[in-house]
Write a protein that binds this ligand. Structure first.
Ligand SMILES: Nc1ncnc2c1ncn2[C@@H]1O[C@H](COP(=O)(O)OP(=O)(O)O)[C@@H](O)[C@H]1O
Ligand SMILES: [Mg+2]
Length: 216
């Protein structure tokens, strides 16, 4: 199992109520799941726990067969680097690096940099003419395509996308969403994608809704 969450609970320090009250979710390689839920329902929290960016208070999170519970921060970071790719709403590109270097960055960290693969991904994402530009010279849709290329260049087994098209206008969002889903499907990675849009969620084969701390 690529991702296995069992009875995961999370309360932030100082908060009076838990965000997650026993979330269970299993994702196999190739599974593509849309995660919906109201603002503040804990979608980002769940994604962070699934990707080993934060730890649960109770329950079990296993990633690619490794139980994250009890792993040291360093071991968790190592597993995350080689296994998980995260795409954020705000793109989070490195402003001082050009597009080519942004795309190569995560692949280098994962020890998987391959210039041919990077070039092929850039071409698929319509970025070949922009490789020497800097993030600030790109539109939002172009920046998010760079972030997608950067994530996939590292060949993660699990892609976590947190409202990846939330900052884009509707027609740009649709194009970026379809490209992301097509490319993830081609790699055979698993995908958990948070979206506000029931229309976009309907495009994915699996859906889960987070409400009152549990998945429905
Ligand atoms: N680092 C944090 N510290 C304290 N509270 C947080 C933190 N992150 C999120 N929260 C709170 O936890 C709840 C769920 O947040 P979040 O997971 O970001 O929801 P969503 O992504 O569904 O909008 C919210 O009430 C939010 O204010
Ligand atoms: Mg969120």
């Amino acid at each position: 199992m690529l991702l296995d969450l069992q009875g995961v609970e999370k309360t932030y320090p100082g908060a009076d109520a838990p965000v997650l009250r026993g979330v269970s979710l299993r994702l196999a390689a190739g599974d593509m799941l849309a995660l919906t839920g109201e603002s503040g329902s804990g979608k980002s929290t769940l994604l962070h726990l699934a990707g080993g960016l934060d730890t649960a208070d109770a329950g079990r999170v296993a990633l690619a067969g490794t139980d994250l519970t009890g792993l040291s921060d360093a071991a968790r970071a190592g597993l995350r680097r080689t296994t998980v790719g995260v795409i954020f709403q705000q793109f989070n590109l490195i402003p001082s690096l050009d597009v080519a270097a942004n795309i190569a960055f995560q692949a280098r960290l994962a020890g998987r940099h391959d210039p041919d693969k990077t070039a092929a991904l850039a071409a698929r994402l319509g970025l070949s003419a922009h490789l020497r530009k800097y993030p600030e010279q790109l539109s939002g849709g172009q920046q998010q395509r760079v972030a997608i290329a950067r994530t996939l260049a590292a060949a993660p087994q699990l892609v976590l996308a947190d409202e990846p098209t939330g900052n884009l206008d509707e027609s740009t969002a649709d194009g970026v969403f379809d490209l992301l889903c097509d490319l993830v499907a081609e790699t055979g990675a698993g995908l958990v994608l948070v979206t506000h849009s029931t229309r976009l969620a309907a495009k994915l084969p699996r859906r889960a809704h987070l409400h009152a701390g549990v998945l429905t």
